[in-house]
Design a protein around this ligand. Structure first.
Ligand SMILES: Cc1cc2nc3c(=O)[nH]c(=O)nc-3n(C[C@H](O)[C@H](O)[C@H](O)COP(=O)(O)OP(=O)(O)OC[C@H]3O[C@@H](n4cnc5c(N)ncnc54)[C@H](O)[C@@H]3O)c2cc1C
Ligand SMILES: *[C@@H]1O[C@H](CO)[C@@H](O)[C@H](O)[C@H]1NC(C)=O
Ligand SMILES: *[C@@H]1O[C@H](CO)[C@@H](O)[C@H](O)[C@H]1NC(C)=O
Ligand SMILES: *[C@@H]1O[C@H](CO)[C@@H](O)[C@H](O)[C@H]1NC(C)=O
Ligand SMILES: *[C@@H]1O[C@H](CO)[C@@H](O)[C@H](O)[C@H]1NC(C)=O
Ligand SMILES: *[C@@H]1O[C@H](CO)[C@@H](O)[C@H](O)[C@H]1NC(C)=O
Ligand SMILES: *[C@@H]1O[C@H](CO)[C@@H](O)[C@H](O)[C@H]1NC(C)=O
Ligand SMILES: *[C@@H]1O[C@H](CO)[C@@H](O)[C@H](O)[C@H]1NC(C)=O
Ligand SMILES: *[C@@H]1O[C@H](CO)[C@@H](O)[C@H](O)[C@H]1NC(C)=O
Ligand SMILES: *[C@@H]1O[C@H](CO)[C@@H](O)[C@H](O)[C@H]1NC(C)=O
Ligand SMILES: *[C@@H]1O[C@H](CO)[C@@H](O)[C@H](O)[C@H]1NC(C)=O
Length: 537
């Protein structure tokens, strides 16, 4: 599709230069009018707008504070190649997680990664060496112990879900399954690698049932593969590609570099106020701001959101995941290996997961290594200076490679997700004590103000595909609320949800959710017990 790709390039170029926003001529004191205001142009916002467009709702405005499409799918230039040009590295989302298996459903992000030819490579979690403060130490046998206990825990979580039992923490679930890392720092590193590195939280802070069911729904339903995207256009090339199916060049319906400050809503419409004082009057609005943005009160809602909504927003967790990139003048680590796991003797999660982009199939010859921290270590590292983080991480590398003179990096960079006021964190996580009904309150619309985004996906929270499914569903629901011709879109959606109505919410919450309430109306169209993978023995 050369013409489409060419257009994508044009669109990307235009956005990074002057922005696609076109100031509208209008009388002072009046708001610009539209049928649907889609707030935020990340995966959810762009997908919601595409769903509207698919249902022939073309009177929309897509409002985004950044100067690009993609939100938390964000990249930057880093380091140098031999020809002195830079590499592109992803600061946010990086893996397509759970691809799809023959005969089974496919992750929509994988479909799009293939459609736009994104360069990606299978992340081989067995291509890993283990270290501690004494250097290389093989403790991979502990991985097998974890895996055995995890299988027991997963079945236990399934029992709790199907029998309407109280949800404990993942820590409790693991302990009951016989996994107790306690004071063994090697075991703690193994646990971090298997759990925190995905959820951005320690097992103490995670729902057992929804942590396990979430893992099932992505990795059993689609496939257990995680493919790392290293495409030098940036991962958001797929978002530009999809946007180009419903936006034209310099489309006046796309307002980049435009910040929303106030949202006033009722049962007859929504008025959105922008930072520059301008306003948009819409019949409906879809807010896709991150959970972190909603929790940090950066947007003022009028009237204030109801108690049931605020309770859900404050209950869900926003995690932070920080990738710290380093480029060296040489590859002093094993260039065939993808991962290097470090167990610190004192602090769990202290510069634990090191990943090589020099490994076969990635950015070979780049000499780029990055280390990931999450949770409280992310908050600590993101608050301190580059110099302090550089010194700490280099000290760890020198412990891991005691026999090598580890050179200082030639480039060093990391994002500070917890401090970005358009994200306030990386992605959401399900805490202990939140039921499916309370989560449904996170999703539900309040009058004509609708919500979408990764956190709103009960089944795929945290993932790009969660943002995609929520964007699609809410776009379809709003199109239905506008009385649009529905035959065009019910087929593309999973077709389970009730598009004829507003989303259910619960004014009164109970301690648990009955199995029969795990249904599409509560955001649970697919069972977490189904294993679509027919390729294994
Ligand atoms: C470090 C990191 C690693 C990740 N790794 C993966 C991964 O490997 N695989 C995976 O599937 N997912 C991963 N994710 C999660 C994935 O990025 C998100 O689930 C997904 O991109 C969220 O999309 P969204 O549309 O819900 O939200 P967002 O992308 O946050 O979109 C919301 C948009 O709203 C805009 N906005 C916010 N406030 C305002 C305002 N006041 N006015 C106007 N606009 C505003 C924001 O700028 C943003 O563009 C990762 C995320 C991070 C940060
Ligand atoms: C819109 O329709 C196109 C073409 O059928 C499809 O590829 C795309 O996934 C649809 N978008 C959504 C959000 O359903
Ligand atoms: C890259 O930059 C260095 C330093 O400026 C210079 O010496 C070298 O010749 C450049 N290499 C190329 C290929 O341009
Ligand atoms: C993953 O890495 C391990 C260890 O190096 C290797 O044995 C295995 O063949 C690799 N798997 C794939 C699919 O590349
Ligand atoms: C997760 O999947 C496993 C394996 O299919 C199953 O035994 C377990 O019951 C499932 N757990 C949940 C919570 O869905
Ligand atoms: C994708 O990978 C191919 C093969 O390595 C390479 O030639 C091409 O430049 C890459 N494209 C991008 C955009 O990363
Ligand atoms: C927007 O919210 C701020 C902060 O609450 C408030 O002071 C201001 O009056 C609001 N503006 C509008 C237009 O509602
Ligand atoms: C480092 O050197 C010491 C002492 O010579 C040796 O015992 C050890 O095995 C070496 N470690 C590695 C990782 O090569
Ligand atoms: C990398 O830099 C170090 C000094 O920091 C130097 O000793 C080493 O020889 C350099 N390696 C290469 C391949 O140039
Ligand atoms: C709805 O759309 C379908 C398919 O595009 C079309 O055949 C049908 O006539 C439309 N119905 C109405 C009422 O517009
Ligand atoms: C859809 O929602 C409406 C309003 O809540 C309800 O009356 C109707 O029975 C629902 N339909 C289905 C199929 O669930």
């Amino acid at each position: 599709m050369p013409s489409l790709l060419q257009f994508v390039t044009l669109l990307a170029g235009a956005s990074s230069a002057a922005g696609l926003a076109v100031p509208q001529q209008r009388d002072a004191g009046t708001c610009r009018k539209t049928k649907v205001a889609v707030l935020g142009a990340g995966v959810a916002g762009v997908t919601a707008t595409q769903a509207l467009s698919n249902a022939s709702v073309t009177d929309f405005l897509l409002v985004e504070r950044n100067g690009y499409l993609g939100g938390r799918v964000a990249h930057t230039t880093f380091g140098k190649k031999a020809d002195n040009t830079s590499y592109t590295v992803e600061l946010g989302a990086n893996w397509v997680q759970g691809l799809g298996s023959p005969g089974g459903p496919e992750n929509p992000i994988w479909t799009l990664a293939k459609r736009y030819g994104l360069n990606n490579t299978y992340s081989n979690y067995s291509s890993m060496l283990t270290y501690d403060h004494t250097g290389y130490v093989d403790y991979t046998d502990i991985m097998d112990e974890y895996d055995d206990a995890y299988d027991i825990a997963a079945a236990d979580a399934g029992f709790l879900l199907s029998n309407n039992r109280q949800d404990p923490s993942a820590r409790t679930g693991f302990s009951l399954a016989g996994w107790k890392p306690k004071k063994d720092m090697h075991a703690q590193a193994v646990e971090f690698w298997n759990w925190d590195w995905e959820t951005a939280y320690a097992p103490e802070d995670c729902s057992f049932v929804f942590g396990i069911s979430g893992d099932n729904l992505t990795f059993n339903q689609f496939s257990d593969e995680n493919n790392y995207v290293w495409d030098q256009r940036g991962l958001n090339a797929f978002i530009y590609g999809e946007a180009s199916t419903f936006l034209v060049e310099n489309d006046p319906r796309l307002l980049l570099s435009t910040t929303v400050t106030n949202i006033s809503y009722s049962d007859s419409g929504v008025t959105v106020t922008l930072e520059d004082g301008e306003c948009i009057e819409a019949e409906h609005a879809i807010c896709t701001f991150s959970l972190g943005v909603l929790q940090n009160d950066v947007v003022d809602f009028e009237p204030p959101l109801p108690r049931w909504k605020v309770d859900a927003i404050e209950s869900f967790e926003m995690g932070t995941y920080t990738k710290i990139f380093m480029q060296f003048n040489e590859t002093f680590w094993d260039e065939d290996v993808q991962y290097f796991l470090y167990a610190d003797p004192q602090v769990r999660g202290y510069y634990p997961v090191w990943q090589s982009l020099d490994a076969p199939g990635f950015l070979e010859g780049s000499h780029i290594l990055f280390v990931t921290v999450v949770g409280s270590e992310s908050y600590r590292v993101e608050q301190q200076s580059d110099e302090v983080t550089l010194a700490e991480s280099m000290a760890v590398l020198r412990l891991m490679f005691p026999n090598i003179t580890v050179p200082e990096p030639t480039a060093f960079l990391y994002p500070r997700w917890s401090l970005e006021d358009w994200a306030f964190g990386s992605y959401s996580n399900w805490p202990v004590g939140m039921t499916l009904e309370k989560h449904q309150n996170l999703r539900a619309n309040v009058e004509r103000l609708w919500f979408a985004g990764e956190a709103n996906s009960a089944e795929y929270f945290g993932f790009m595909h969660g943002a995609w499914f929520e964007g699609q569903e809410v776009g379809e629901r709003v199109a239905a609320a506008l009385g649009a011709n529905s035959t065009a879109y019910t087929k593309s959606g999973r077709g389970h949800h009730n598009t004829s109505s507003a989303m259910a919410h619960y004014d009164v919450l109970h301690g648990t959710t009955w199995l029969k309430e795990y249904n599409a109306e509560n955001g649970w169209p697919v069972s977490s017990f189904v294993d679509y993978d027919t390729s294994s023995d």
